[in-house]
Design a binder for this molecule. Structure first.
Ligand SMILES: [Zn+2]
Length: 244
């Protein structure tokens, strides 16, 4: 998972979503809203296309699922499910792009903590690596533990809901990306003076699974070759860490 930057919607698309949301609220007040049907009709109109385009732009050139980053993001996802949060069904900030596997695993579940805040990580609002860890041995994503030994409740729930530690294909994809990132850095370290911007470009190009922040700023920074970069080229490491 990686943090994705939400892009602004164009004015016509923004107005369309607002108008649909107001209409959905009226239907809801009259107990006439059928959320699944309402959404299906919306998805099939041409006016919806700019919304999809903006989500695809957020998902990057490979259009990966915003939850797993492994499969193609094929479905418009309601972070807060439309069945239980119909008043947010057309809210731009509630929309993401995900693969059918992640969408199916999440379903209509949306657990909250004691304060009523979401436990599932929102890739458009949260830095996932504050709550998740990566295990290079297995390729799994796991909950992150803080220095006191307590695991992140949001990491725990996100891993559980999306089964991020039980998906073989996913684990293989993350391991492949991690190996590529290590190799790119090893080649750069052995090639002589480092060019931070060229190195950043090569690492970002190799980073299909959003692992670079983990490698530079989180658990991966204690493992070679990223620990070597940090210890022997602190200025380059600092510049890269800030940039990713
Ligand atoms: Zn996915």
């Amino acid at each position: 998972m990686r943090r994705v930057q939400r892009v602004p919607l164009d004015e016509a698309a923004r107005q369309y979503l607002c108008e649909r949301q107001q209409y959905a609220r009226r239907l809801l007040a009259e107990d006439r809203l059928r959320a699944a049907r309402f959404w299906k009709d919306m998805r099939e109109t041409a006016v919806f296309t700019p919304v999809l385009t903006a989500l695809e732009q957020m998902a990057g050139p490979r259009r990966r699922c915003m939850y797993c980053l492994d499969s193609r993001g094929s479905d418009v996802e309601h972070f807060r499910p439309k069945a239980s949060y119909p008043h947010r069904m057309c809210s731009w900030r509630n929309l993401l792009l995900c693969c059918s596997d992640c969408g199916r695993k999440k379903g209509d579940r949306f657990p909250l903590d004691d304060q009523g805040l979401p436990l599932l990580l929102d890739p458009s609002a949260d830095e996932p690596w504050e709550h998740l860890d990566f295990d290079p041995e297995t390729g799994n994503l796991t909950p992150r533990f803080d220095p006191t030994g307590a695991s992140s409740p949001r990491g725990e729930e996100t891993v559980r809901m999306l089964e991020l530690d039980q998906r073989e294909e996913l684990a293989l994809g993350y391991q492949t990306t991690y190996k590529r990132l290590k190799r790119e850095l090893e080649v750069a370290l052995s090639a002589g003076p480092l060019d931070p911007s060229a190195l950043r470009e090569r690492l970002e190009e190799a980073d299909d699974h959003g692992l670079l922040p983990w490698c530079l700023r989180y658990g991966g920074s204690t493992l070679a070759p990223f620990s070597t970069l940090r210890q022997e080229h602190p200025a380059v490491w600092a510049a890269l860490s800030e940039a990713v």
